[in-house]
Design a protein around this ligand. Structure first.
Ligand SMILES: [Zn+2]
Length: 229
């Protein structure tokens, strides 16, 4: 439930969290960069912007989180040594965004909504208090997501995102390298809103499974790398 953003900031900072992370497709991230905002699934549609369908969309609608913005406290691809199922682009958002004066209360999930069960108490899904967060927060626990539910579905990130990590799938489409296609689209979109970004080609851990995942699933590469549908 509702947690004071500054208190959340202090706890996360104290546990070594420097950035909030948001992974998504190239097309959806281009929509973020063009508007200078991280947006909820529902808000992108309401704004007439493009986004890549996600397997969790129906769950988000069912549980009333379609207009919420979800972030992770770690880089899941790096931590799990596999591709992030939400997409190959990772936005690193400076944790200091939680200190802006307009920041409303935050919610922190205790388990991913894909694991929620109908009828269960809210306390099973959401952290109930700052005390509970202090006791239970673990950096790198994927289920504990920082969720913006009181921002009208849109979080201004222009001043807080400079570094973007992009996976290299090592695949081409009729001579077009997917990585170059994606990087160009991201730069162009950021330029539209005046965002200054640096794109870093992802350096994987030894044994990371992403290359096998990309090469065995070319449909996913097309889905997540094309900046248009
Ligand atoms: Zn990898």
């Amino acid at each position: 439930m509702e947690l004071n953003a500054l208190q959340v900031y202090e706890i996360l900072k104290g546990r070594g969290v420097e950035f909030l992370h948001h992974a998504n497709s190239v097309q959806t991230t281009c929509s973020f960069l063009r508007s200078g905002r991280l947006m909820s699934r529902g808000s992108i549609i309401s704004s007439g912007l493009g986004q890549t369908p996600q397997y969790s969309d129906e769950i988000d609608k069912k549980y009333g989180i379609w207009f919420d913005v979800f972030t992770d406290t770690v880089d899941i691809h790096h931590r799990a040594s596999r591709r992030n199922i939400y997409g190959p682009v990772l936005l690193k958002i400076k944790l200091e965004i939680l200190q802006v004066p307009y920041m409303p209360p935050l919610w922190i999930s205790k388990k991913n909504p894909t694991k929620w069960v109908d009828g269960e108490p809210l306390a099973n899904r959401w952290c109930s208090s700052i005390e509970e967060l202090k006791n239970q927060f673990i950096k790198g626990e994927f289920d504990q997501m920082i969720v913006f539910r009181h921002i009208g579905g849109s979080l201004p990130i222009k001043e807080y995102v400079s570094d973007i990590i992009l996976d290299e799938p090592n695949q081409e489409y009729y001579g077009l390298k997917f990585y170059d296609l994606a990087a160009g689209a991201l730069f162009s979109s950021a330029g539209g809103s005046g965002m200054q970004i640096t794109i870093h080609k992802r350096v994987c851990n030894y044994g990371c499974k992403c290359q096998i995942e990309y090469s065995s699933n070319p449909e996913a590469v097309i889905k997540y790398y094309f900046p248009y549908t």
